[in-house]
Design a protein around this ligand. Structure first.
Ligand code: ACO
Length: 442
C-alpha cells in the first residue's frame, strides 16, 4: 500500500480506491472515478465558503492560523513591520526577494513618478454625487482605468504586466485621496513627488490648498506599518475574487475592481468601518457587558473579532496595538479606545468567545488609529484597499503564470425541480396556491 495515499471504500458499490496525497491534499478530480453506477457523474466535494479547499499552490504568503504566524515570502510580519518600509515590502512580495539598495531606489522612484492620474479620470471621480461613499467611487475608478490603459489587456506580456503593476500601485493612493476630497467638497491636491508613498498620501488627503504639507514622521511611519500589515493575506475573499476574475484572462484593472468590491463588505475589509460604528453605538464603557450579552444572544456580531484562519490572536492586531500607542501620543487618545479595550478584556475571558477561538483581528484597532489620524470612517475600507492592491496584483500574476490553473468554475449540487411543462399564463393558478419558494438550506 503506498504510504502517501488515501484508501477509500465506497459502501454503495464495495469498490476501493487509492487516492494519491500530495502536499497534504487529494485532488478533487480524483474523486470523480468513484461512481455508484455507469450513469453517475462521480463523487464531488461540497464545500460552501471553501472552508477546506486549496484552490492554488502559492509561494507568496504563509499563515499558520493556530500559531498566529504570518510571513511574506518567508519573512515574519513582525520583522517587516519593524524594519522594512511599505514599498520595500511591496517589492519583496511582488519579486519574491528583498531588493538591493539600487533596486529599491529605482522601484521607489518609478512608483513615485507615476502617481498622477489622467485628468479625465479625475473628471470621472467628479461625476459622482457629492456624497458618494469613497470606497464605491474608488472601486469604480479602478475599473475605469482599464479604459485609459488598454495595453493592460496584454496580460501574457511580462513587460506589460510590470508597467501595469507600477501604474496601479502608484495611482491608487491618488485615486483614494481624490475620492475623499470629492466626497468632502475640497479642492484636489495633486501628488508631491518629493514625499514618500505614505507621506504623499497624507498630503493629498489633508493638505490645505497652496500650502506645503509636511507629514508628521510618527504618523507617516505608522501609516507605513499599517500598510505593510495589510499588504497580503493569501486566499481571502477579495484575493480569491481577484484570482477568479483573473482566471478569465481579463485585464488587471477590471480584476482589481472586483477584488475591491469583495473587500468592501462588512465581513471583510469593511469590518474596520463597522467596528468604529459599533464602538460609537455602544457609546461608553459601562454599556459593554450589555452589548456582549446581545452578541452572545445572536443579535449581532462583535465586529473586528473572529477570523476564518486565525484561531489565535491575529499577529497583525498585536502590532497594530503597539502602533496605536505611538499614534495616540501625537494625536491624543481616541476616546473610543476605552470601549474597545473593555470589549476585548471581557470577550477574551468569556467562554462564548474562548470556546469559538474568537480573537481581535486586524480590523479591531486599525479604525481607531485611522480616526485619530483624521481619516473619516467611510475612508477606512479604502485605506485597506490601497495596501492590499499590490498583494492582489502579485496573487493575480502568480495565477495567470500557473499552468495548473484553469478558468474558475465550481460545481453545484442541484436541489431544484426536475423537468416540468411550461404553463400558459391564463392557466396558472392564483399566486396564493403556489407552493412556497425554497430559497436556502437554512
Ligand atoms: N461575533 C460573534 N460571534 C462570532 C463572530 C463575531 N465576530 N465571529 C464568529 N462568531 C461565531 C459564529 O456565530 C459561529 O458560532 P456558532 O458556532 O455558534 O454558529 C462561530 O463563531 C464560528 O463562526 P463562523 O461564522 O463559522 O466563522 P467564519 O470563519 O465563517 O467567519 C468571519 C469568519 C467572517 C471573520 C467572522 O468571524 C465574522 O463575521 N467576524 C466579524 C467581521 C469581521 O471582523 N471581519 C473581518 C475579518 S478580517 C478581514 O477580513 C480582514
Amino acid at each position: 500500500m503506498p504510504r502517501n495515499s488515501l484508501s477509500v471504500t465506497d459502501n454503495r458499490t464495495g469498490k476501493s480506491y487509492e487516492l494519491p496525497i500530495e502536499h497534504g491534499t487529494i485532488k478533487a478530480t480524483d474523486l470523480r472515478q468513484i461512481k455508484a453506477g455507469p450513469d453517475d457523474f462521480g463523487l464531488m466535494t461540497y464545500d460552501p465558503g471553501f472552508m477546506n479547499t486549496a484552490a492554488c499552490k502559492s509561494r507568496i504568503t504563509f499563515i499558520d492560523g493556530d500559531k498566529g504566524i504570518l510571513r511574506y515570502r518567508g519573512y515574519p510580519i513582525e520583522q517587516l513591520a519593524e524594519q522594512s518600509s511599505f514599498l520595500e515590502s511591496v517589492y519583496l512580495l511582488w519579486r519574491g526577494e528583498l531588493p538591493t539598495k539600487k533596486e529599491l531606489n529605482e522601484f521607489t522612484a518609478s512608483i513615485l513618478s507615476h502617481t498622477t492620474i489622467h485628468e479625465q479620470a479625475r473628471w470621472f471621480i467628479e461625476g459622482f454625487r457629492h456624497d458618494a461613499p469613497p470606497m464605491a467611487v474608488f472601486l469604480s475608478t479602478t475599473a475605469a482605468l482599464s479604459t485609459f490603459y488598454r495595453d493592460g489587456a496584454n496580460i501574457f506580456d511580462e513587460r506589460c504586466r510590470e508597467i501595469q503593476f507600477h501604474r496601479i500601485v502608484a495611482k491608487v493612493p491618488t485615486i483614494a485621496a481624490f475620492c475623499h476630497r470629492h466626497a468632502t467638497g475640497q479642492p484636489l491636491i495633486y501628488p508631491d513627488p518629493e514625499l514618500s508613498y505614505t507621506g504623499n498620501f497624507l498630503a493629498m488627503m489633508f493638505a490645505a490648498r497652496n500650502a506645503k504639507f509636511k507629514p508628521n514622521p510618527v504618523l507617516e511611519r505608522a501609516l507605513d506599518i499599517l500598510f505593510i500589515l495589510h499588504l497580503d493575506h493569501e486566499q481571502n475573499c477579495s484575493t480569491t475574487t481577484m484570482r477568479g476574475i483573473g482566471s478569465s484572462h481579463c485585464d488587471p484593472f477590471t480584476a482589481l475592481a472586483g477584488a475591491a468590491a469583495a473587500l468592501y463588505g462588512p465581513l471583510h475589509g469593511g469590518a474596520n468601518e463597522a467596528v468604529l460604528r459599533m464602538l460609537q453605538q455602544i457609546g461608553s464603557k459601562d454599556k459593554v457587558p450589555e452589548f456582549i450579552t446581545r452578541v452572545k444572544a445572536g443579535d449581532f456580531k462583535l465586529m473586528g473579532f473572529g477570523h476564518r484562519v486565525y484561531k489565535h490572536y491575529d499577529p497583525r492586531a498585536k502590532i497594530i496595538k503597539r502602533t496605536a500607542d505611538e499614534v495616540f501620543e501625537v494625536t491624543g487618545r481616541n476616546p473610543l479606545l476605552a470601549i474597545a479595550l473593555e470589549l476585548e478584556r471581557i470577550a477574551l475571558e468569556d467562554d462564548y468567545f474562548v470556546s469559538r477561538k474568537l480573537y481581535p483581528n486586524v480590523d479591531f484597532y486599525s479604525g481607531l488609529i485611522y480616526q485619530a489620524m483624521g481619516f473619516p470612517v467611510d475612508m477606512f475600507p479604502v485605506l485597506f484597499a490601497i495596501p492590499r492592491t499590490p498583494g492582489w496584483l502579485t496573487q493575480w500574476e502568480e495565477q495567470i503564470l500557473d499552468h495548473e490553473q484553469k478558468i474558475v468554475r465550481p460545481r453545484q449540487v442541484y436541489l431544484g425541480y426536475g423537468e416540468r411543462d411550461y404553463v400558459p399564463l391564463e392557466q396558472r393558478p392564483d399566486a396564493s396556491h403556489r407552493p412556497a419558494v425554497v430559497h436556502s438550506n437554512g
